[in-house]
Design a protein around this ligand. Structure first.
Ligand SMILES: [Zn+2]
Ligand SMILES: [Zn+2]
Length: 266
Protein backbone atom coordinates (compact mmCIF):
# COMPACT_ATOMS: atom_id res chain seq x y z
CA UNK A 1 0.00 0.00 0.00
CA UNK A 2 1.45 3.34 -1.05
CA UNK A 3 -1.50 5.65 -0.42
CA UNK A 4 -1.69 7.23 3.04
CA UNK A 5 -4.97 7.50 4.89
CA UNK A 6 -6.86 9.57 7.41
CA UNK A 7 -9.22 6.69 8.10
CA UNK A 8 -7.33 4.54 10.59
CA UNK A 9 -6.86 3.44 14.18
CA UNK A 10 -3.33 2.55 15.23
CA UNK A 11 -3.77 2.09 18.97
CA UNK A 12 -6.00 -0.88 19.83
CA UNK A 13 -6.16 -3.28 22.79
CA UNK A 14 -7.99 -6.60 22.89
CA UNK A 15 -8.68 -9.12 25.66
CA UNK A 16 -5.04 -10.17 25.32
CA UNK A 17 -3.86 -7.24 27.47
CA UNK A 18 -5.67 -8.61 30.50
CA UNK A 19 -7.65 -5.39 31.11
CA UNK A 20 -9.35 -5.17 27.71
CA UNK A 21 -12.29 -6.90 26.03
CA UNK A 22 -12.96 -8.17 22.52
CA UNK A 23 -11.13 -10.56 20.26
CA UNK A 24 -8.93 -9.62 17.32
CA UNK A 25 -11.67 -10.89 14.99
CA UNK A 26 -14.36 -8.77 16.68
CA UNK A 27 -12.20 -5.66 16.29
CA UNK A 28 -11.48 -6.44 12.64
CA UNK A 29 -15.18 -7.02 11.94
CA UNK A 30 -16.01 -3.68 13.54
CA UNK A 31 -13.22 -1.89 11.64
CA UNK A 32 -14.54 -3.35 8.38
CA UNK A 33 -18.05 -2.29 9.30
CA UNK A 34 -16.74 1.25 9.92
CA UNK A 35 -14.84 1.17 6.63
CA UNK A 36 -11.39 1.82 8.11
CA UNK A 37 -8.41 1.61 5.74
CA UNK A 38 -5.98 0.64 8.48
CA UNK A 39 -6.24 -1.02 11.88
CA UNK A 40 -3.21 -1.49 14.11
CA UNK A 41 -3.09 -3.64 17.25
CA UNK A 42 -0.82 -2.47 20.06
CA UNK A 43 -1.13 -4.83 22.99
CA UNK A 44 0.81 -3.89 26.11
CA UNK A 45 4.13 -5.65 25.69
CA UNK A 46 5.12 -8.01 28.48
CA UNK A 47 8.54 -7.17 29.93
CA UNK A 48 11.19 -9.87 30.37
CA UNK A 49 11.17 -9.57 34.17
CA UNK A 50 7.32 -9.59 34.24
CA UNK A 51 7.29 -6.06 35.64
CA UNK A 52 3.73 -4.67 35.77
CA UNK A 53 2.51 -8.15 34.75
CA UNK A 54 -1.02 -7.60 36.06
CA UNK A 55 -1.72 -4.94 33.41
CA UNK A 56 0.33 -6.42 30.56
CA UNK A 57 -0.33 -9.32 28.21
CA UNK A 58 1.40 -12.57 29.07
CA UNK A 59 4.47 -13.77 27.25
CA UNK A 60 2.88 -17.11 26.46
CA UNK A 61 0.05 -15.36 24.56
CA UNK A 62 2.31 -13.54 22.07
CA UNK A 63 2.30 -16.30 19.40
CA UNK A 64 -1.51 -16.62 19.36
CA UNK A 65 -1.92 -12.83 19.44
CA UNK A 66 0.21 -12.55 16.30
CA UNK A 67 -1.48 -15.56 14.69
CA UNK A 68 -4.95 -14.10 15.29
CA UNK A 69 -3.85 -10.91 13.53
CA UNK A 70 -2.36 -12.83 10.61
CA UNK A 71 -5.60 -14.83 10.22
CA UNK A 72 -7.65 -11.65 9.86
CA UNK A 73 -5.60 -10.30 6.94
CA UNK A 74 -7.71 -10.48 3.80
CA UNK A 75 -7.33 -9.11 0.34
CA UNK A 76 -10.11 -6.57 0.90
CA UNK A 77 -8.20 -3.31 1.10
CA UNK A 78 -8.08 -2.98 4.90
CA UNK A 79 -4.51 -3.09 6.18
CA UNK A 80 -4.11 -4.82 9.54
CA UNK A 81 -0.91 -4.16 11.43
CA UNK A 82 0.61 -5.93 14.41
CA UNK A 83 2.36 -4.01 17.12
CA UNK A 84 3.01 -3.44 20.76
CA UNK A 85 2.67 -0.52 23.13
CA UNK A 86 5.91 -0.56 25.12
CA UNK A 87 6.92 0.85 28.48
CA UNK A 88 10.44 1.89 27.55
CA UNK A 89 13.28 1.17 29.97
CA UNK A 90 16.85 1.34 28.69
CA UNK A 91 17.70 -2.13 30.00
CA UNK A 92 15.13 -3.57 27.57
CA UNK A 93 16.18 -1.60 24.51
CA UNK A 94 17.58 -4.67 22.68
CA UNK A 95 14.55 -6.72 23.66
CA UNK A 96 12.19 -4.15 22.08
CA UNK A 97 14.45 -3.80 19.04
CA UNK A 98 14.44 -7.56 18.44
CA UNK A 99 10.71 -7.50 17.70
CA UNK A 100 11.29 -5.12 14.81
CA UNK A 101 14.57 -6.63 13.64
CA UNK A 102 13.15 -10.14 13.53
CA UNK A 103 10.02 -8.88 11.79
CA UNK A 104 7.71 -10.22 14.49
CA UNK A 105 5.61 -7.05 14.47
CA UNK A 106 5.02 -4.15 12.08
CA UNK A 107 5.59 -1.36 14.58
CA UNK A 108 6.08 -0.34 18.19
CA UNK A 109 4.72 2.65 20.07
CA UNK A 110 5.83 4.07 23.39
CA UNK A 111 3.64 5.00 26.34
CA UNK A 112 4.97 6.23 29.68
CA UNK A 113 2.62 4.58 32.17
CA UNK A 114 5.13 4.02 34.97
CA UNK A 115 8.42 5.54 36.06
CA UNK A 116 10.58 5.53 39.16
CA UNK A 117 10.27 7.86 42.13
CA UNK A 118 13.08 6.84 44.45
CA UNK A 119 12.89 3.07 44.52
CA UNK A 120 9.22 2.66 43.68
CA UNK A 121 7.22 2.96 40.50
CA UNK A 122 4.55 5.63 40.20
CA UNK A 123 1.95 6.23 37.50
CA UNK A 124 0.12 9.33 36.25
CA UNK A 125 -3.04 7.18 36.33
CA UNK A 126 -2.89 6.42 40.04
CA UNK A 127 -0.52 8.81 41.80
CA UNK A 128 -0.43 12.52 42.52
CA UNK A 129 2.45 13.85 40.43
CA UNK A 130 5.04 16.30 41.76
CA UNK A 131 7.19 18.76 39.80
CA UNK A 132 10.09 16.31 40.04
CA UNK A 133 7.86 13.58 38.59
CA UNK A 134 7.09 15.81 35.60
CA UNK A 135 10.81 16.07 34.86
CA UNK A 136 11.34 12.33 35.33
CA UNK A 137 8.44 11.61 32.97
CA UNK A 138 10.10 13.86 30.37
CA UNK A 139 13.44 12.07 30.76
CA UNK A 140 11.87 8.63 30.29
CA UNK A 141 9.83 9.76 27.30
CA UNK A 142 12.73 11.48 25.52
CA UNK A 143 15.06 8.51 26.12
CA UNK A 144 12.46 6.27 24.48
CA UNK A 145 11.98 8.52 21.43
CA UNK A 146 15.75 8.87 21.07
CA UNK A 147 16.05 5.12 20.31
CA UNK A 148 14.20 5.51 17.01
CA UNK A 149 12.26 2.31 17.79
CA UNK A 150 8.85 3.90 18.17
CA UNK A 151 6.56 4.96 15.34
CA UNK A 152 4.72 7.50 17.46
CA UNK A 153 4.41 8.59 21.06
CA UNK A 154 1.16 7.47 22.69
CA UNK A 155 -0.57 10.03 24.93
CA UNK A 156 2.52 12.32 25.23
CA UNK A 157 0.63 14.54 27.69
CA UNK A 158 -0.42 11.72 30.06
CA UNK A 159 1.54 13.27 32.95
CA UNK A 160 -0.92 16.18 32.90
CA UNK A 161 -3.79 13.78 33.57
CA UNK A 162 -2.51 13.95 37.14
CA UNK A 163 -0.42 17.14 37.26
CA UNK A 164 -3.36 19.45 36.48
CA UNK A 165 -1.96 22.95 37.07
CA UNK A 166 -0.54 24.55 33.96
CA UNK A 167 2.57 26.28 35.28
CA UNK A 168 6.08 27.01 34.02
CA UNK A 169 7.14 23.39 34.65
CA UNK A 170 4.26 22.05 32.53
CA UNK A 171 5.07 24.48 29.75
CA UNK A 172 8.84 23.87 29.84
CA UNK A 173 8.48 20.09 29.74
CA UNK A 174 5.78 20.21 27.06
CA UNK A 175 7.95 22.39 24.85
CA UNK A 176 10.87 19.99 25.22
CA UNK A 177 8.77 16.94 24.36
CA UNK A 178 7.15 18.66 21.38
CA UNK A 179 10.44 20.02 20.01
CA UNK A 180 12.12 16.63 20.36
CA UNK A 181 9.28 14.95 18.44
CA UNK A 182 9.49 17.61 15.71
CA UNK A 183 13.28 17.18 15.40
CA UNK A 184 12.96 13.38 15.21
CA UNK A 185 9.89 13.51 12.90
CA UNK A 186 7.81 11.44 15.32
CA UNK A 187 4.06 12.12 15.47
CA UNK A 188 2.46 12.73 18.86
CA UNK A 189 -0.84 11.08 19.66
CA UNK A 190 -4.15 12.71 20.44
CA UNK A 191 -5.55 9.91 22.60
CA UNK A 192 -9.28 9.23 22.52
CA UNK A 193 -9.29 6.96 25.57
CA UNK A 194 -8.57 9.87 27.89
CA UNK A 195 -11.54 11.73 26.38
CA UNK A 196 -13.91 9.06 27.65
CA UNK A 197 -12.56 9.09 31.22
CA UNK A 198 -14.02 11.28 33.96
CA UNK A 199 -12.15 14.56 34.30
CA UNK A 200 -11.69 16.65 37.47
CA UNK A 201 -12.24 19.92 35.55
CA UNK A 202 -13.52 21.27 32.24
CA UNK A 203 -10.58 20.00 30.19
CA UNK A 204 -10.30 16.33 29.17
CA UNK A 205 -8.42 14.14 31.63
CA UNK A 206 -6.13 13.77 28.61
CA UNK A 207 -5.39 15.06 26.00
CA UNK A 208 -4.74 18.43 27.66
CA UNK A 209 -5.54 21.49 25.57
CA UNK A 210 -2.60 23.61 26.73
CA UNK A 211 -0.17 20.93 25.56
CA UNK A 212 -1.81 20.76 22.15
CA UNK A 213 -2.08 24.55 21.71
CA UNK A 214 1.70 24.54 22.12
CA UNK A 215 2.08 21.59 19.73
CA UNK A 216 0.11 23.53 17.15
CA UNK A 217 2.10 26.73 17.65
CA UNK A 218 5.42 24.85 17.43
CA UNK A 219 4.41 22.89 14.30
CA UNK A 220 4.21 19.29 15.59
CA UNK A 221 2.33 16.56 13.74
CA UNK A 222 -0.29 14.38 15.38
CA UNK A 223 -1.89 10.99 14.94
CA UNK A 224 -5.26 10.49 16.57
CA UNK A 225 -6.33 7.14 17.97
CA UNK A 226 -9.01 5.66 20.15
CA UNK A 227 -6.67 3.55 22.37
CA UNK A 228 -9.79 1.43 22.78
CA UNK A 229 -9.94 -1.42 25.27
CA UNK A 230 -13.35 -2.59 24.09
CA UNK A 231 -14.84 -2.94 20.62
CA UNK A 232 -17.57 -0.30 21.03
CA UNK A 233 -14.88 2.27 21.81
CA UNK A 234 -13.13 1.84 18.47
CA UNK A 235 -15.45 4.46 16.99
CA UNK A 236 -16.85 6.16 20.07
CA UNK A 237 -14.27 8.91 20.63
CA UNK A 238 -13.59 9.49 16.93
CA UNK A 239 -15.77 12.61 16.52
CA UNK A 240 -14.24 14.02 19.73
CA UNK A 241 -10.72 13.35 18.42
CA UNK A 242 -11.51 15.09 15.14
CA UNK A 243 -13.08 18.09 16.87
CA UNK A 244 -10.09 18.35 19.22
CA UNK A 245 -7.51 18.28 16.42
CA UNK A 246 -9.51 20.96 14.61
CA UNK A 247 -9.96 23.11 17.70
CA UNK A 248 -6.25 22.96 18.56
CA UNK A 249 -5.35 23.36 14.89
CA UNK A 250 -2.67 20.64 14.97
CA UNK A 251 -1.18 19.33 11.74
CA UNK A 252 -1.96 15.69 10.98
CA UNK A 253 0.42 12.93 9.97
CA UNK A 254 -1.11 10.32 7.64
CA UNK A 255 -0.09 6.68 8.06
CA UNK A 256 0.96 4.37 5.27
CA UNK A 257 3.01 1.20 4.97
CA UNK A 258 6.37 1.64 3.30
CA UNK A 259 8.79 -1.27 2.79
CA UNK A 260 6.80 -3.34 5.26
CA UNK A 261 6.96 -0.72 8.00
CA UNK A 262 4.45 1.75 9.37
CA UNK A 263 5.42 5.17 8.11
CA UNK A 264 3.80 8.60 7.82
CA UNK A 265 3.17 11.27 5.24
CA UNK A 266 3.62 14.70 6.77
ZN1 LIG B 1 -1.04 3.71 27.01
ZN1 LIG C 1 -2.90 1.85 24.99
Amino acid sequence: MIRSTDNYNLHTHSFYCGHGHGTIKEYCDEARRLGLDMLGFTEHMPLPDRRFANSRMSNEDIPTYLEDIENERKDDGMVILSGFECDYFSEFKDYFASYLEEGKVDYLINGVHFFKRGNRYVSPFDDVMTKDDVYTYRDVLLAALDTGLFSFQAHPDLIFASYREWDCVSEEVSREIIQFAIDKKIPLEVNGNGMLRPSPDDDYRYPRRMFWYLASEMGAFCVRNSDCHEVVNLAKSRPLQEAFVKECNVKKAYPLVKRGRLSFNF
